[in-house]
Write a protein that binds this ligand. Sequence first.
Ligand SMILES: [Cu+2]
Length: 149
Amino acid sequence: MTYLKSGLAAVALAALLPVFALPARAADTITVRETYARFMPGAMAGAAFMVIENHGTEDDRLVDAASDIAQKVELHTHKAGADGVMQMLHVPEGFVIPAGGEHSLQRGGDHVMFMGLNERPAEGTSVPVTLTFEKAGEIVVEIPVDNSR
Ligand SMILES: [Cu+2]
């Protein structure tokens, strides 16, 4: 019983600590929904998609993404090159999330790119990703792996 209690206390503490570490504004202004990630066979890379809502009164900007699952994580977009072929581009300045609005990361458009996967995440699991916003700070999201989308 003592073991169970201390175990629960440890779990509760672990659950609370990251929340305290986050700026309060993150939870107040930014909400992330409809997350999913795809990891295609044959490539040690993948991408994550989501809708980011900004409930604040000022525009914010997604400026970085990080995860332990890959050696490199970047904010990317798709753009037609001079030859009309769609190319992926790194967007170091990130994506504006308009005040009172939302911005979608979606197939064929803006996305979070994972390069150099440490191992391929299994279908049905989830991958932790830390999103960094210019004003709201860091938000950790668990993104479900769904290769069927
Ligand atoms: Cu990409």
